[in-house]
Design a protein around this ligand. Sequence first.
Ligand SMILES: [Zn+2]
Length: 218
Amino acid sequence: MIPIKRLPLPDVLARNEERWRSTFLEQRAKDAQKRPSSRQYAHPDIVSTLETMSHHKCFYCEQSTKQTRREVDHYIEVAEDPTRAFTWTNLYLSCWECNHEKQPHRAVPVTDCLDPCAPDARPSAHLMFDDELIRAREGSAQGLATIKKYKLDRLDLDHKRLKQLQLFNKALGRIKDAMIADGRKQMNENEKALLRSFRDPDFPFSLMFSVVLEQHRL
Ligand SMILES: [Zn+2]
């Protein structure tokens, strides 16, 4: 998870939000199980704006949404507050796995968790990594709740993070070989920039790489 800056709401939502909400709430008054239409809240224009905001990654786990199914997630669940089913600030982009592993509000309240869209969001103060394994930084309660809420310690994520770490370690190995061949003790600026690019927001799991690069003093 990294901080996400919200873009202005897409036109399709500005034009339709009120109508979509009132129609949905009328239907829900008759049928308490009624769900909002994903053709509306996950309209392609809404998805593409969320994708731009998140650098094409899941808001929660930072895996690339180009390699997995992505969904529009209601940050405050529809069951908790149906009036926010079409509210722009309540729509988050999630991978299929985070959305389906998500613990309900009654089990882990969202208010106990880190919100990547909060103006003062600092996930790096609450989450850290031992290699590919995610941890709460210094036992942060918010970090722990966030890991539990979206199951960020699940096996499929460990595998994907490990694969990215292997790419980093390969690059680091090649740089070390070049340093030995050249008889250098220091990395050059290009080599440092290459390694630092792993924590670029466009890169999957960039929060993990900010921890890794910190360990390498880069
Ligand atoms: Zn995810």
